[in-house]
Ligand binder design. Structure first.
Ligand SMILES: C[S@@+](CC[C@H](N)C(=O)[O-])C[C@H]1O[C@@H](n2cnc3c(N)ncnc32)[C@H](O)[C@@H]1O
Length: 385
C-alpha cells in the first residue's frame, strides 16, 4: 500500500480515520512519467515512493485493527484467510496494540462468503496475458472509454473508484486517462493479484473490501465505475444504491449488469438459465476436484461456441482451455447472477438523484465488440443532487 493512501482509508464500522502502524516499509523506484504526474498533482517524489508492505491500520474508536499484507490493505468487515496468514507472521505486532483490540467481526451480508470464495478461485487461476474475457486489453480500453462517456483528461485530477475491479486492468486504464488516483476494490483475492501486478504505479490503489461497507468517504469520487459485479450480490438494486453514494455531486456513475434479455430472448437461453439456477448452489458445496470435473466438458463446449462466434464475425479472442474454464466458472459458480431490465436500472438511477441518465447503446461500441451490450445493460448518469 502506498503510504500516502492510508489517509484515504477509514474504518468500515464508524467511518473515522485510521492510525497507520507500518511493520515493513520500502521505498519504491518510480518511473519518470509518474514523478511528472506527481508534480502536477503537487505530491513530491519522497512522499509518493514510500510503500508499506506489511502493517496495521487501527481504529481506536472501535478498537479494531485491519491488516496490510503483501502491500494490500484488507478492509473486510469480517475475518478472511488473509487475516489468518497475517496473524501467523505478525501476531506479535497485534498483541502490542493493547488490550481489547480485535479484527472486525460484522456478520457478512447473505451469501458473501460463497461469493468471496468462488471469485478468489476464479481470478487466482487467471494470468495477465493481454486478454481479459474475450477482449485484448486494447479492445477493453476502447470499450471502457465508450462506456464512461466522459472526456478523460490527464491534466485534470479526477478521482476514480472501481467497485469489483477483479484484476485491476480497467482501474489501470482510468489511471492512465485521468489525472488523479484510481482506486480498485474487490471482495476476492483478485485484489492481491492486482496489487502485485501494478506494484510500480503510485497512483493505483487496490483494497480487499466489500461494496456493502467500503472503507472510503462517501460523495467523494468523480467517477464510480462497476462492470459485471452488482448482479453477483444478494440484491443488484441495493448494491447499486450503496455504491452510488460514493459519487460526488456532478460526478458520474456507470454500471453494467446482466440484462433480462440474456435469459428471455429464446428457449435455449431459458433452458441454459434453468441449468445455471440448479448448478450455482450445487457447485458451491461440492469439493473442488468434482467442480473441476463438471466444469471441464462445459469449458470444451465454450471453446466450440467461441470458435463459432468468431466464424460469425464477432471480434473475440480465442479461448484456450484455461480461459474457457474461467468463463465456465464465471457462469456457473458465483452464488448469485441476477438479471435486470433496463427500465429497472434507469429507475434506480432516477431514485438516487442522477440526471441526465443514459443507457449505453450498441452503436457506441466499436463494431465487432458490441456483443456484450446487446442483451446486457450499461447505464451511466450524472449525480445531480
Ligand atoms: C465477473 S467479475 C468482474 C471483474 C471486473 N469488473 C471485470 O469486468 O473484469 C465480478 C467481480 O466482482 C467482485 N465482487 C462480487 N461481490 C462483491 C462485493 N460485495 N464487493 C466487492 N466486490 C465484489 C468479485 O470478487 C469479482 O472480482
Amino acid at each position: 500500500m502506498w503510504k500516502r493512501f492510508s489517509g484515504t482509508l477509514q474504518c468500515v464500522q464508524c467511518e473515522q480515520g485510521l492510525e497507520l502502524v507500518p511493520i515493513d516499509e520500502v521505498v519504491r523506484k518510480l518511473a519518470s512519467e509518474h514523478i511528472a504526474k506527481g508534480e502536477r498533482m503537487g505530491i513530491n517524489e519522497k512522499e509518493m515512493s514510500a510503500c508499506v508492505d506489511s502493517g496495521l491500520l487501527i481504529c481506536h474508536k472501535c478498537k479494531l485493527w485491519y491488516p496490510i499484507l503483501h502491500s494490500l490493505p484488507v478492509m473486510l468487515p469480517y475475518t478472511s484467510p488473509l487475516h489468518k496468514e497475517f496473524l501467523q507472521t505478525y501476531g506479535a505486532h497485534v498483541d502490542k496494540i493493547g488490550p481489547g483490540y480485535s479484527s472486525p467481526n460484522i456478520e457478512p451480508v447473505p451469501g458473501e462468503g460463497f461469493v468471496l470464495k468462488s471469485f478468489s478461485k476464479e481470478w487466482l487461476e487467471y494470468s495477465y496475458d493481454d486478454v481479459l474475457w474475450t477482449w485484448t486489453y486494447k479492445e477493453r480500453e476502447e470499450i471502457f472509454l465508450a462506456e464512461i462517456g466522459v472526456e478523460p483528461s490527464p491534466s485534470t485530477p479526477s478521482s476514480f473508484l472501481e467497485v469489483g475491479c477483479g484484476l485491476g486492468i480497467i482501474t489501470s486504464f482510468a489511471e492512465k486517462h485521468f489525472g488523479g488516483d484510481a482506486i480498485g476494490v474487490d471482495l476476492s483475492l483478485a485484489a492481491l493479484s492486482a496489487t502485485k501486478h501494478f506494484a510500480d504505479n503510485p497512483f493505483l490503489h487496490f483494497v480487499e473490501s466489500s461494496l456493502w461497507r467500503l472503507p472510503l468517504q462517501k460523495k467523494n469520487f468523480d467517477l464510480v465505475y462497476s462492470h459485471g459485479v452488482l448482479h453477483h450480490t444478494f440484491s443488484t438494486e441495493k448494491a447499486f444504491k450503496t455504491i452510488s453514494q460514493y459519487c460526488k455531486q456532478q460526478g458520474h456513475t456507470y454500471i453494467w449488469v446482466y440484462g433480462d434479455l440474456s435469459i428471455n430472448e429464446s428457449i435455449v437461453r431459458r433452458f441454459a438459465y434453468g441449468v445455471e439456477l440448479v448448478m450455482r448452489p450445487l457447485l458451491n458445496y461440492l469439493p473442488e476436484w468434482l467442480t473441476n470435473l463438471i466444469l471441464s466438458p462445459i469449458a470444451c463446449a465454450y471453446i466450440l461456441i467461441n470458435q463459432m462466434q468468431q466464424m460469425m464475425g464477432e471480434q473475440r479472442q480465442s479461448y484456450n482451455f484455461s480461459r474457457a474454464m474461467h468463463a465456465a466458472r464465471d457462469r456457473l459458480t458465483p452464488l448469485f447472477a441476477h438479471r435486470t431490465s433496463a427500465d429497472d436500472v434507469i429507475s434506480w438511477f432516477k431514485q438516487e438523484g442522477f440526471d441526465p441518465i443514459q443507457q449505453l447503446s450498441e452503436s457506441e461500441i466499436a463494431p465487432g465488440l458490441e456483443a456484450d451490450f446487446r442483451r446486457n445493460i450499461g447505464v451511466r448518469g450524472r449525480k445531480a443532487n
